[in-house]
Design a protein around this ligand. Structure first.
Ligand code: PLP
Length: 488
């Protein structure tokens, strides 16, 4: 049984900070690599708020219903609820998770076209009326268990290419199948209120949204002729990019134009089910190299070749399941390195900051006494902590030689990572440390569901770096973090 305890704390920060800085503080507050050995996430709530604002700016007509499956971290859900999004739930468990936060059932769409009967009955008792379908048996099941459901027909319209195609599993053909389903729903007296689609997660084509919206229009017209006079919802699904450095500007232009062309009437409500867009960039994963192995082999030319295997404390059975299931390309950067310090050379191993954004600093003597490694990157591979040979995070990487105790950062790890991770071989999933700045927190805490939480206020100690007596620390390195809320 996977137990991921909710970290019931939001750390409210003062002044400028980055996820890398926060991660460095966490490692340092554990006394460096010795005490702090577990992987962890830094979640930056500012990223969620910025993405929400950008979405509203670029697609004011489209209401986001966050896809809970992408990352069900409760603080993320609470934050999106406080910002005003709706939610796309795929199961009874997800419906409970979201409604237990105090989200009204009208803000939920049950967007799984193949539902268990008991889950349909549960949705009915929770007041979640809106749900998708894409087959005759599903219509008959809904007629039996929830005849008053507000139905949304899921059609198939695939992007030319996508990180995770979904059309292979869900969505009826908009021409060959959809008319028949609309007719059957009318015969059964079921209320079809709209049409939905999902072009594929991590879609690599933008024009596909225009094609899909055009299909929706045609089906609205047909639906009205068949007796579904009150069709009023278009659900444009997910598929939006989420990594840092990506943008939804181009896809928003395509969607806005298609909506203006095909659905100019303001009475038609438009929603979307973004997952990756919100979650990916808000989470940065910090992992430690806890073991390494030099593998020497004979090259084709007859000489010796060395390849280094690095073992880190999270792998494909944990967060990096995204490499297998979500086909993610992950890339490490250095956070902390371990090596001899130029100033206190007598100390064999000293923890060294390796964040290029700040000046290099030895944590032992607390002065800028270390220079980045000038050694050339070497071929290496990165492996997870379990005893399974499948547990390989990166089979072919190139990094400067690393010592055991080095910390690595992986950016953009918020989408399709934690929810599918396991405790296989006894390794816990990383905890999430959540940060927010004072200005955003002052807004969020007034909104439901935060406004219904009880808070206790505390002050986080600055990182307890192992400073030598008398050494002067750069005050910026001792940035205080306020711990301000404990959520019930
Ligand atoms: N909606 C449905 C029905 C999905 O199945 C998914 C992902 O699998 C999503 C939304 C979220 O998609 P994305 O993360 O690409 O935005």
């Amino acid at each position: 049984m996977k137990v991921l305890e909710e970290e019931p704390r939001v750390e409210v920060t003062q002044g400028a900070w980055s996820a890398a800085q926060a991660a460095r503080d966490i490692v340092a507050s554990g006394g460096g690599c010795v005490a702090q050995e577990e992987p962890f996430y830094v979640c930056d709530l500012r990223e969620l708020a910025a993405r929400h604002a950008r979405w509203r700016d670029l697609m004011p007509r489209v209401e986001p219903f966050y896809a809970v499956k992408c990352n069900d971290d409760k603080l993320l859900l609470r934050t999106l609820a406080a910002l005003g999004t709706g939610f796309d739930c795929a199961s009874r468990g997800e419906i409970d998770l979201v409604t237990n936060l105090g989200v009204a059932p009208e803000r939920i769409i049950f967007a799984n076209p193949a539902k268990m009967a008991s889950h349909i009955r549960h949705a009915a008792s929770a007041g979640v009326d809106t749900m998708t379908f894409d087959s005759e048996p599903e219509l008959l099941k809904i007629k039996q268990h929830m005849p008053h459901a507000q139905l949304v027909l899921r059609i198939r319209c695939d992007a030319a290419s996508a990180q995770c195609p979904l059309g292979i599993k869900f969505g009826c053909d908009p021409v060959a199948e959809a008319p028949r389903l609309l007719k059957l729903a009318a015969v059964l007296g079921l209320d079809v209120i709209g049409v939905s689609f999902h072009v594929g997660s991590g879609a690599e084509e933008t024009e596909v949204y225009a094609r899909a919206i055009q299909y929706c229009r045609a089906l609205f017209t047909l639906g009205a002729a068949l007796g579904h006079a009150r069709m009023r919802l278009v659900d444009i699904g997910g598929g939006f990019p989420g990594g840092s450095g990506t943008s939804i500007k181009e896809v928003a232009e395509v969607i806005n134009t298609a909506l203006e062309t095909h659905f100019p009437e303001p009475g038609v409500r438009v929603i979307a089910e973004p997952g990756r867009y919100f979650a990916a960039a808000a989470y940065t994963l910090a992992v430690m190299v806890h073991a390494k192995r030099e593998v020497v082999s004979v090259s084709a030319a007859g000489g010796e070749e060395t390849h280094t295997m690095y073992f880190i404390n999270d792998g494909v059975y944990g967060s990096f399941n995204c490499v297998l299931y979500d086909h993610q390309q992950v890339e490490p950067t250095l956070l902390y390195m371990v090596g001899p310090c130029a100033r206190s050379a007598r100390i064999a191993t000293t923890i060294l900051l390796a964040n290029p954004a700040v000046k290099q600093q030895c944590l032992h003597c607390c002065v800028s006494a270390w220079r980045p490694s000038s050694e050339k990157p070497q071929p290496c591979s990165i492996w997870g902590p379990t005893c399974d040979g499948l547990d390989c995070v990166l089979p072919a990487a190139s990094l400067p030689p690393l010592q055991v105790g080095t910390w690595l950062l992986f950016k953009d790890m918020g989408a399709y990572t934690l929810p599918a991770g396991s405790n296989f071989n006894g390794f816990p999933l990383p905890r999430v440390k959540t940060f927010v700045d004072e200005a955003l927190w002052s807004v969020l805490k007034e909104q439901s569901p935060f406004s219904e939480c009880q808070f206790s206020v505390g002050r986080a100690a600055p990182p307890s770096l192992p400073c030598a007596a008398g050494a002067v620390r750069d005050p910026a390195e001792c940035r205080a973090v306020f711990v301000e809320c404990a959520l019930k």
